[in-house]
Design a protein around this ligand. Structure first.
Ligand SMILES: [Zn+2]
Length: 289
């Protein structure tokens, strides 16, 4: 029996082994609320892990607590893979953004779509405060990405906006968008969360949450500067460059084994630079503007 880990009053999680991107190996299923809870991202497709979450929720039920709904942060398999099992078992609705619902058609039945600014109010009880979880549409990593913010406790369920372990991939071929991602990060930063809870790995220290979001923006803009420098250097030496030529220059600090991931982020940076009018794409070659 896996006992849910308590991070704050009304905030518990069960870490489930999931088909996620190494070095991360698990996704946190968040259990939010007191007498009535929502479960965010029941992520594992594997029977032993589904059972671990089932047992944890049975423990809650034995204590008189009821699961009201399943919330999904976004459409990736390492976030939704256990959702249909839980829906059947508990007879509760799956809730997600309309864009997530569209991308999961045929895989997951989304019973209720959640839009920006919708509030899920959870009553106080059993040591948990009353919570008003406000949905924040935060596209960039995924078009239907939702975070949830409780203004009373300044708790932010961050999904894949940041990673406590590993990294966040922005992949244009999987609907990722770097400009949207940066805008979403800045938006979360402005909320000044006290508790920032990523889907993978440990949460940053309580007082470090805004700084962590700043660090993410700074990191991406630093990489963008490297992309622009590489574009200019390559252009001066040989003319327009392909993404494959730019990759080892821009990601000289990254192990080649991770280039397959870095290539996705490079594609996102280049797409953003073209959209901003700071680079030009001709066939498969990029030039600075
Ligand atoms: Zn994801």
């Amino acid at each position: 029996m896996r006992t849910p880990e308590k991070l704050a009053p009304g905030v518990q999680r069960v870490e489930l082994r999931s088909p996620t991107l190494p070095p991360a190996t698990h996704t946190s299923a968040w259990i939010l609320g007191g007498p009535e809870v929502i479960v965010v991202d029941p992520a594992s497709p594997w029977d032993d892990e589904k059972q671990a979450l089932d047992e944890a929720l049975d423990g809650l039920a034995a204590a008189g607590r009821r699961v009201r709904a399943i919330f999904l942060t976004h459409h990736h398999g390492d976030h939704f893979a256990g959702a249909m099992h839980l829906r059947e078992r508990l007879q509760v609705p799956i809730c997600a953004h309309a864009s997530t619902a569209a991308l999961l058609t045929g895989f997951v039945t989304v019973d209720r779509t959640i839009a920006e600014d919708e509030i899920e109010a959870l009553p106080a009880g059993g040591g948990a405060p009353a919570m008003e979880l406000r949905a924040l549409h935060t596209p960039g990593h995924a078009p239907g990405h939702l975070c949830w913010f409780d203004a009373g406790t300044r708790t932010l369920i961050a999904g894949d906006m940041i990673a406590g372990l590993g990294f966040i991939v922005i992949d244009p071929d999987d609907h990722g968008d770097m400009t949207q991602y940066l805008d979403s990060l800045r938006r979360l930063r402005a909320l000044e969360p006290a508790l920032l809870l990523p889907a993978h790995g440990p949460a940053p220290r309580d007082d470090a949450a805004p700084a962590k979001l700043d660090e993410y923006v700074t990191h991406r803009l630093g990489r963008e500067a490297k992309v622009e420098a590489a574009l200019q250097g390559a252009f001066a030496a040989r003319g327009p460059a392909t993404r494959g030529e730019l990759l080892p220059i821009v990601y000289a600090d990254v192990a080649p084994a991770l280039y397959f991931v870095a290539d996705r982020s490079l594609a996102a940076h280049l797409q953003r630079l073209v959209a901003l009018g700071r680079a030009r794409l001709d066939g498969d070659r990029y030039a600075p503007l």
